[in-house]
Design a binder for this molecule. Sequence first.
Ligand code: ARG
Length: 263
Amino acid sequence: MSDDGLSRRQYLSTVGGTAVTVSLAGCFGGGGGDGSTEITAGTAPGFPPFEMKQDGELVGFDIDLLEAVIDETDYTLAGWEEYEFKSLIPALTNENIDVVAAGMTINDERDQTIDFTDPYYSSNQAIVVREDGDFAPSSLSDLAGRPIGAQKGTTGETTVQDELISPGNLDESNYNSYGNYVLAVEDLQNGNIDAVVIDEPVAQTFAAQRPVTIAFTYETGENFGFGVRDGDDEFTQALNDGLSTVRDGSTYQDLTNKWFGQQ
Ligand code: ARG
């Protein structure tokens, strides 16, 4: 969290004094011009249509949704920081960012380190292959012996690990871990790997934009939530209230139409 460029630590040492430190503990260091608390959001672009770069600009469903949610709260968004997906939780716990909006699946493992808001989107995993290829798997076991890929630190990677590598259906050396899913899909297009395991709505977007297609889906019943720090309960509550306001009005539906098409 920043206060006009000062980190919280710098801010505390600039202001000094135990009383000030205590009054800031448990809330956020930054202040908006109107007296509201400034927060910084983190994401990992390359995950369309949730977050991606368009002409150098960060855009997507998560970007619009979190901004709409924050608009409903007393907090102000200072800005967005971009990370590799696997670095988002460390960035959150280190207080480099205050909230994660990155199509992040709520799960028990992550819940031990951070907290989540209420869910805002559901997903399964999809297995993406080349459109013009002759490889047409219909179940995970068909991926045996094939070079496949996913993004580092994602639930797609966990699916590969838990459902293929651990049971001995895929050799570890066949699995390629990418810093982002765009690189994985490019490697698929180039023929370096034969399949990518990725969240279904993102697979649909890649399939609409590139010569790749969904071979089959693997049901995981995932829910995306915004990631928040453990113990930032007031902020989490504010985001949940904002989210339900945005869902009750037309904003959520409008954003869904904008980024996923009419449905
Ligand atoms: N839903 C998956 C997960 O939580 C993938 C998220 C990837 N997000 C991204 N912005 N690259 O692990």
